[in-house]
Design a binder for this molecule. Structure first.
Ligand code: GLC
Length: 748
């Protein structure tokens, strides 16, 4: 097909035809590509990529921050199906989401749009959303590829990330989703990665994404992310958005003429865009607005995380309840920016609560930009305190005003607004039966008010049906089953990226490496207020019968309480010491299970080689270090309830010994090690003193020969090296070493 097009026609195809549409060409129809991850944002006519203008009404589902807390892939897939239906009904071919960037810092202004600090949660739930969307004949756009973990200087900053950290933390969610679901598009991010613009990174967009992971779709740029259209094409960016961009077309035509751009590269991108457009089915007649609202409510209910409850929840319908907080009346249902949806309707919590019990309301504070002409802040607080004092219990709605967090900028603090901090202390002082209901897209610290309230519900941003969901949970219509997909630290200073977020100037160093979130807190034993994976319900669960096979683990979960509930079984793996720095444990599987009171169920979670591997930069491959791995069932990353051991053999590629190899490698080698140690031990017995071999361990063997007193010469060493590298000798030596360690263990 592309061969029949002229170069200028091809050049036009690889640049958008408008703000939200691709460019038509003979045999290639123009299709609509538009936001967003938790609801359709379709703009008629012009458009903007910041959610400033209005858009066609659509269901506003809970954003990723909330969906992640469900830990329920089946439910998230159903949300994806609904998103696909709504996009299809509006003749949209690609829906720009999900965003699966890792939450490196709780300060990132766009964390509401991302799932987790953990790549498995991000990958599993992101894959479910993509599967759902694409099941309706609508493409997803996996974003933002890659290492787009802050909003500060997002279009120019260079994320300096070592390869192991990229492979083990920032890429796996993308990798899992590409390999499992083949999203129709992947969106390359604004930022630079190790100095190279993502849109121009051949390593990222071609070597990794296509050659290694087998991505077959089209790479679309983030809006305005392309600087040089020709370098971006050569790197693998198939479509520049938005369009049209006359200078890009001219640059492409000139580059083909000059030979800077091989026309076959252009043809490949044109073909991917043709294939994408060809997938678009006809628009459908519509969708069930009420059914989608009901689904949004169910998703919101399962997103709510009960953090603390001294028994005040669930509330009884006959209690005199004070509902305090403007957020109960004016809910924040989503984050600001390109993902912003124009909801088909909104349930606010105050109305939903009033329909179930007699409640009185006091605003308590303003949400900024909403000055209350009659009352000033302290008057609002005084009025709220008086109401609290005369009520049986208090539902205190606190959270982040819209201006505090958004696409385009990051936060600078974790605390709630000062007027709300003053309010919570004043209310709790007059009524100990105070339950705080939080609304926030990014994590807030619960200090110093945490101990002064009776209950805390983390509700994140719950979408258009959040108010009804909160009422259902508060009155016990459903038992909260959300779990934290990100840690809640005590202080900003405790966060692993604290000294390197958002970086200096146009460089941000990911100096903490893979130690993000619980991977950091659990390894360095820094206490947090609530750990990853944590969440309470109105019932309790117990665990028993942990059984471990080579590639699966099963455990029995029992609802040991008096009401129905859902538990999230979490499977962690803790690797043995191996000379490679690894986290205390890493999540390697999870499953959500619904149980009636007294009911038990056996839950099985699969493991694969990757569950035990680290990225070996020397061999550029996934490697199992080998040894005894601890398989752990946790109620959170911190609360491990059952453990077992799995032994896995090393798959470390044996690097043949050379004279450049360090002395330590010669010592670790099953052939040369015993020999050298015996020689050194004899000498040390004569001379005594420190362990000489440890002192010279990092020295290249060739350099050791240059020191007087070393009794082995280069010729002998070269002979020893050849023997040691002989596969047969090596195999025998390894067998003997294994036999020795088995005997040693059995005698322990
Ligand atoms: C925005 C966002 C991206 C969005 C796009 C179109 O800047 O980064 O997520 O899909 O532009 O609005």
């Amino acid at each position: 097909m592309p061969a029949e097009l002229s170069v200028i026609e091809k050049a036009a195809v690889v640049v958008g035809g408008g703000f939200w549409k691709t460019h038509a060409a003979p045999g290639i129809r123009s299709v609509l590509i538009t936001d967003g991850p938790h609801g359709l944002r379709k703009q008629e006519g012009g458009g903007d990529h910041l959610g400033l203008g209005t858009s066609t009404p659509a269901t506003c589902f809970p954003p990723a921050v909330a969906l992640a807390s469900t830990f329920n892939a089946e439910l998230v897939e159903r949300v994806g199906i609904a998103l696909g239906k709504e996009a299809r009904a509006e003749d949209v071919t690609v829906l720009l989401g999900p965003g699966v960037n890792i939450k490196r810092s709780p300060l990132c202004g766009r964390n509401f749009e991302y799932f987790s600090e953990d790549p498995l949660v991000s990958g599993r739930l992101g894959a479910a959303l993509v599967r759902g969307i694409q099941s309706q004949g609508v493409g997803a756009s996996l974003k933002h590829f890659a290492a787009n973990n802050q909003e500060t200087n997002r279009m120019t900053v260079s994320a300096e990330v070592d390869e192991r950290t990229l492979r083990e933390l920032y890429l796996p969610a993308f990798e899992m989703i590409v390999k499992r679901e083949q999203p129709w598009t992947v969106m390359c991010s604004y930022n630079r990665l190790n100095g190279v613009a993502a849109a121009e990174s051949h390593w990222l967009l071609t070597k990794v994404l296509r050659d290694e992971w087998g991505f077959q779709g089209a790479v679309v740029s983030d809006w305005g992310a392309v600087d040089g259209r020709v370098p971006a094409l050569n790197a693998g960016t198939d479509l520049e958005m938005p369009g049209p961009q006359g200078d890009s077309v001219t640059a492409i035509v000139e580059a083909v003429a000059s030979g800077e751009l091989d026309e076959r590269v252009l043809d490949a991108s044109v073909e991917r865009i043709r294939a994408l457009a060809a997938k678009a089915g006809p628009a459908t007649s519509g969708y069930d607005v009420d059914a989608h609202h009901a689904l949004a409510r169910q998703a919101a209910e399962e997103s709510i995380v009960l953090l603390r409850n001294d028994g005040v929840l669930p509330l009884g319908p006959t209690e005199r309840i004070a509902v305090i907080g403007e957020l109960a009346r004016t809910p924040r249902i989503q984050g600001a920016g390109s993902s912003q949806v124009n909801p088909t309707r909104v349930d606010n919590a105050l109305d939903q609560l009033s329909a179930r019990a007699s409640v009185d309301f006091a605003a308590g504070y303003t949400l900024g930009g909403r000055p209350d002409p009659e009352l000033r802040g302290s008057d609002l607080r005084d009025e709220a305190v008086k109401l609290a004092a005369r009520s049986d219990s208090v539902l205190l709605f606190l959270g982040l005003p819209e201006r505090d967090e958004s696409e385009g900028y990051d936060r600078t603090r974790l605390e709630l607004p000062d007027d709300q901090l003053a309010l919570v202390h004043a209310v709790a002082a007059v009524n100990p039966r105070t339950a705080v209901v939080l609304t926030n897209g990014g994590v807030v610290t619960l200090e110093p008010w945490h101990d002064s309230v009776a209950a805390i519900l983390e509700c994140w941003l719950l979408g258009q049906a959040g108010g009804a969901a909160i009422a259902d949970v508060v009155f016990g219509g459903t038992s909260p089953s959300g779990r934290l997909a990100e840690s809640i630290p005590l202080r900003l200073q405790d966060t692993p990226s604290y000294l390197n977020f958002p970086g200096e100037g146009d460089v941000v160093r990911y100096a903490e490496g893979i130690f993000v979130g619980y991977r950091y807190y659990e390894t360095v034993e820094t206490p947090v207020r609530y750990p990853f994976g944590y969440g309470l319900g109105y019932t309790t669960f117990s665990y028993s019968e942990l059984r471990v096979g080579r590639d699966r683990v099963s455990v029995t979960v029992t609802n040991s309480g008096r009401v129905a509930g859902k538990e999230v079984v979490q499977l962690y793996v803790s690797a043995p010491p191996s000379g490679v720095r690894v986290p205390a444990r890493e999540l390697r599987g999870f499953a959500k299970v619904a149980l009636q009171p007294g009911e038990s169920r056996s839950v099985t979670i699969s493991l694969d080689d990757r569950s035990f591997s680290f990225w070996d930069v020397d061999s550029s491959s996934w490697v199992i270090a080998g040894g005894d791995y601890s398989v752990q069932i946790g109620k959170s990353a911190h609360d491990i309830v059952l453990r077992a051991t799995i032994r896995r053999a090393s798959t470390r590629p044996s690097h043949p010994l050379t004279l450049e190899s360090p002395v330590s490698a010669w010592l670790a080698h099953p052939v040369t090690g015993p020999l050298l140690r015996r020689t050194a031990a004899k000498e040390a017995a004569e001379e005594g003193g420190a362990d000489v071999l440890e002192m010279v361990g990092s020295m290249p063997m060739r350099r050791l020969l240059r020191f007087p007193g070393v009794e082995i010469d280069r010729r002998q060493l070269e002979l020893l090296r050849r023997v040691a590298n002989n596969p047969v000798v090596l195999g025998v030596a390894r067998g003997v070493a294994r036999l020795r360690s088995t005997i040693a263990r059995s005698s322990d």
